[in-house]
Design a protein around this ligand. Structure first.
Ligand SMILES: [Zn+2]
Ligand SMILES: [Zn+2]
Length: 399
């Protein structure tokens, strides 16, 4: 069965229908009255999911109005899932090497103190984004955090979720396990704003590139056209004698000068139109939350910078078989490497520990989120995120 057919079959069965697969790629459905109403179906219906439909079947596809009918039936169900899994959790071999490969610190030394089995809680959020300009692009963005330490799961995410979904869930974590608590919205909101903006930007990069190419092409066409008109008017002016002009020549000069002014005005207006045509509006909407609770191997890493030390915990995940990356505790970027600040040994991307644009003093955006500690210039969070190179608005709704 294709995934949509499978999903519809399971959903309808859950809603009390009797469902039989039929060929080619279809379902025969005997629906109870409430389901008939919700989906606008007769009591006995045939549905088709492939290119070829079974006889008398309605087509169910991602493009059909069936998406709305199914969404109406689901309503708010399926938005949140807590998934607790357990599995064999042997410690990985050569943890020193794993750490060396996984932790990239520019200005501090570190030492692995030990590796212990532990449990953690992952928060995995799914968003739908849409970018609208002269064209439209939409898609799904997944963002995951380890709530024990704020590490983002970028490279681990696919393997982790797919692996966990294949396991039988437990009703509750084993007694006595220590789990990180969930994050309150006040904590999550600023992190999401920074982490999402960059990731949406990354996902939209090809779309934005294509759009910029079209914009440049249109701008060049506009420029060339008006440049030709302008040259023509200038040539007409150039053939007029330089001395006294007769009445006819004076009129011609006036006409060409007016024409030049009109060309300049029109050019400016057309450039403005293009700017509007290619302005990008990006929206982001929360769709689903998955809380995944599972065992990990916890690496205790002692970080040293000058005379200070900080104990950092990093989890190695037995499903993804990888060590997570140390978070940038300001931007939550997936990019490496990390630096640590002098004051509190915060972990930072080089940009979040970078120089103030006004006075040049490097400072930690976690210690000083509001403004530069030397000159007082207000911190612009956008300046430490990966630049999009285009206008963007995001309204990340908190789950
Ligand atoms: Zn700091
Ligand atoms: Zn400054």
């Amino acid at each position: 069965m294709n995934p949509l057919q499978q999903f519809v079959a399971e959903l309808l069965e859950q809603e009390g229908a009797v469902v039989e697969p039929i060929e080619p790629e279809g379902l025969e459905v005997l629906a109870p009255a409430p389901l008939q109403q919700a989906l606008r179906l007769p009591e006995l219906a045939r549905l088709g999911f492939g290119a070829e439909l079974p006889a008398d079947a309605q087509r169910v596809s991602l493009e059909s109005d069936w998406m709305e009918r199914l969404a109406g039936l689901l309503a708010e169900r399926g938005r949140r899932l807590e998934w607790i899994v357990a599995m064999d959790n042997p410690a990985p071999g050569s943890p020193e090497r794993i750490l060396q490969h996984g932790l990239d610190l520019l200005n501090a030394t570190y030492r692995l103190q030990g590796v212990e089995p532990a449990w953690t809680r992952y928060l995995i959020l799914r968003f739908r984004y849409a970018a609208v300009s002269d064209e439209k692009r939409d898609g799904i963005l997944e963002l995951g955090f380890n709530l024990a330490n704020g590490a983002t799961l970028d490279e681990l995410l696919a393997g982790l979720v797919a692996g966990a979904m294949e396991l039988e869930p437990l009703a509750a974590p084993p007694t006595g396990v220590d789990l990180p608590s969930t994050w309150q919205p006040q904590r999550l909101q600023p992190i999401l704003e920074r982490a999402l903006a960059q990731r949406v930007g990354r996902q939209l990069e090809p779309f934005l590139k294509g759009m910029r190419r079209r914009q440049e092409r249109d701008l060049k066409r506009l420029h060339d056209y008006h440049n030709d008109l302008r040259r023509e008017a200038l040539e007409r002016l150039a053939v007029l004698p330089s001395g006294e002009l007769n009445e006819k020549q004076q009129l011609e000069r006036q006409r060409q000068q007016l024409r030049l002014a009109a060309i300049a005005r029109e050019y400016e207006a057309k450039v403005n139109d293009l700017r509007q045509k290619y302005a990008v509006k990006v929206t982001l909407e929360w769709v689903q939350t998955l809380e995944l609770i599972m065992p990990v191997q916890r690496f205790a890493v002692l970080i040293k910078r000058r005379k200070r030390e900080r104990l950092l915990m990093l989890d190695w995940n037995p499903l993804a078989r990888r060590l997570e990356q140390a978070p940038c505790e300001y931007s939550y970027t997936w990019e490496r490497p990390r630096e640590v600040c002098d004051e509190a040994l915060h972990l930072l991307s080089p940009a979040a520990h970078g120089p103030c644009p006004q006075c040049g003093r490097a400072y930690c955006r976690v210690c000083h989120p509001e403004k530069c500690p030397k000159c007082g210039k207000t911190t612009d969070p956008g300046s430490v995120l990966i630049p999009l190179g285009s206008q963007q608005t995001g309204d990340g709704t908190a789950p």
